[in-house]
Design a protein around this ligand. Structure first.
Ligand code: AP5
Length: 194
């Protein structure tokens, strides 16, 4: 059993890279399952009669988000089978009260990752992708702000690495190169499964 946590700023393209990873891993006979943390949180909220758009979750009261976050981590850990599980999530979430960790200690201890991945892209690329993703209500941001957020993600990744003992891999998802990013990620995962 191997759990890999994959994070990235909204609009960096982590979901796109993970879709490509599923294809690459199937082709190589090493299938992976991918679970999106935000989807599990939405499902839990839906069962509580709070059907929220995924872009609305982070605008809720932090105490509620914390409860749902912990439940989501528990559900994901209970779903874990014997194969490779990829958890698509965030190092931090921009709440109305500030930057809140996506992977606090209680979540990390439930997920127990073997590898932490940061998907990155040039700040101007992230800004463009957010602006052109019309189906979502994403925050627009300046290049300088995105740079600060990329740095914040690295700081948090370092903290998660110290807590879990899992290495951090930074994968670049440059324009038109999501398949290369997926292949790079697959290469590391295959090394870890031996
Ligand atoms: P989540 O579902 O993760 O939403 P998100 O942050 O908006 O992430 P997406 O998956 O939609 O964006 P992405 O960066 O993967 O980009 P995409 O592949 O779509 O989370 C939803 C919510 O759940 C969070 O806001 C939070 O409230 C909650 N949540 C999640 N985890 C949590 C946790 N641990 N604790 C608490 N709350 C949590 O790509 C974007 C665009 O770019 C697309 O148009 C795509 O076609 C394009 N693109 C991608 N790659 C490339 C490329 N290489 N070249 C050109 N275009 C590209």
């Amino acid at each position: 059993m191997l759990t890999v946590i994959v994070t990235g700023l909204p609009g960096v393209g982590k979901t796109t890279v993970l879709e490509a990873l599923k294809g690459v891993s199937e082709k190589n006979g090493v299938p992976v399952s991918v679970v999106n943390f935000g989807t599990i949180m939405s499902e839990i909220l839906g069962r509580r009669g709070m059907a929220l758009d995924r872009d609305e979750i982070r605008r809720q009261d932090v105490a509620l988000q914390r409860k749902i976050q912990e439940e989501a981590a528990r559900e994901i850990s209970e779903r874990r089978g014997s194969g490779i599980l990829i958890v698509d999530t965030h190092m931090f979430v921009k709440t109305d009260c500030g930057l809140w960790p996506g992977l606090p200690m209680n979540v990390l201890s439930k997920l127990s990752p073997s590898l932490l991945v940061l998907i990155e892209a040039p700040p101007e690329e992230i800004a463009n992708r957010r602006a052109s993703d019309k189906g979502r209500r994403r925050d627009e941001a300046s290049r300088a702000l995105i740079e600060r957020e990329l740095n914040w993600s690295r700081f948090l990744a370092a903290a998660c690495s110290v807590i879990t003992g899992a290495p951090v891999k930074i994968v670049n998802n440059e324009a038109g190169r999501h398949l290369e990013a997926a292949e790079e990620l697959f290469g590391i995962i295959s090394k870890m499964v031996g």
